[in-house]
Design a protein around this ligand. Structure first.
Ligand code: NAP
Ligand code: GLV
Length: 315
């Protein structure tokens, strides 16, 4: 029974790390798989289409990421349990990213940096955190951790999820009926949704126009979008239209419809957009491989797997 690491530009690192942590195990790195019948457990990130189907004795797929949309695009995905990655390492990194971007825009840093480029010295008004409502779209593992950190800084918090939730310090909204009231009370929209058929293209002009207008004053000129979920959630042309017409003031985007973001994308040039290369929460190799090995041990010891994905809803 062998372990396989497959996909990812960090494949070699995962291989070395898994070997170092479990020297007694037989570990293989795709495409050097040897006898395919040996492979029982796979650690996968964007595995080549159809490649997982060849492992007839596969019993478990562990996703390198919290998001598992990279697996569900494979029409030949084997019908075995899929565990997504949930770890304090990843969570801490995402919290840092979301706090950083929220503070950046609430402190109007894109404008301040533009002033710096022209050597202009001028004060801009600034909203205090308790004047700003951060709405977290996707109040799951990462969303709740971000809420806790933002709440500690004094921001007012809203959350939106598929099923109703009760989260300390967060006004929670759920489902289709809850979306519009959630947006109407949101100044900074933090998106931590998974990419599924239900969330595809959800970040569009129609949605941006429903964001709060009451928070718009000279100290916070308009709503802010922070998307660290997935690029497929957003319609990039609509983000630009929303910025042009003022239904968005600024945006931080970590994920894109096409990655890497093509060099001719107008998003690169926009003064009020911060672009990061899908690195909001790039977990350490050791944390990922430790998690992979823990799931294998749990399976072998007859314990329940952690964070098992529901293929019917896609996350
Ligand atoms: P999670 O715990 O599963 O949380 C997902 C949240 O989204 C849940 O609150 C869920 O609602 C909600 N949701 C899902 N579908 C919905 C729908 N149709 N309508 C309303 N709410 C919906 O996932 P997580 O660990 O927080 O991760 C979230 C996502 O972050 C991942 O899927 C991944 O795409 C992204 N991510 C990005 C990076 C990066 O570096 N940029 C890193 C890690 C993760 P329920 O609570 O009702 O289930
Ligand atoms: C990264 O994008 C993840 O899903 O963990």
């Amino acid at each position: 029974m062998s372990l396989l690491v497959i996909g990812s530009d960090r494949l070699d690192d995962f291989y070395v790390c898994t070997k170092a942590m479990a020297p007694e195990r037989d570990v293989r790195a795709y495409p050097d798989v040897g006898n395919v019948a040996d492979i029982k457990y796979a650690l996968a990130w964007k595995a080549p289409m159809g490649s997982l189907a060849q492992f007839e004795n596969l019993e478990l797929i562990v996703s390198v990421g919290a998001g598992v949309d990279h697996l569900f695009t494979d029409p030949e995905l084997p019908d075995v349990p899929i565990v997504r990655y949930v770890d304090p390492d990843l969570t801490a990194r995402m919290v840092q990213y979301v706090v950083l971007q929220t503070l950046f825009h609430v402190r109007r840093m894109t404008e301040i940096q533009a002033q710096q480029r022209t050597k202009k010295w001028a004060f801009l008004g600034e909203a205090m955190p308790d004047e700003v409502r951060v709405g977290i779209m996707g109040i799951g593992v990462l969303g709740q951790a971000c809420a806790k950190a933002l709440g500690g800084l004094g921001y007012r918090l809203n959350g939106w999820s598929r099923s109703p939730k009760n989260v300390d310090g967060v006004t929670c909204f759920a489902g289709d009926d809850g979306l519009e009231p959630f947006l109407n009370q949101t100044d900074v929209l933090v998106v931590l949704l998974p990419f599924t058929p239900a969330t595809k293209g959800i970040l569009n002009l129609d949605l941006f126009r429903k964001l709060s207008t009451s928070g718009r004053h000279e100290r916070l000129p308009g709503p802010v979008l922070i998307n660290a979920g997935r690029g497929g959630l957003q319609v990039e042309a609509d983000i630009l239209s929303a910025l042009d017409e003022g239904s968005l003031y600024a945006a931080s985007l970590d994920v894109f419809e096409t990655e890497p973001l093509p060099s001719d994308s107008p998003l690169w040039e926009h003064e009020h957009i911060v672009i990061t290369p899908h690195n909001a929460a790039e977990s350490a190799n050791e944390s990922i491989t430790r998690y992979f090995l823990r799931q294998i041990e749990r399976l072998e010891n007859g314990q329940p797997l952690e964070n098992v994905v529901d293929p019917k809803i896609g996350y």
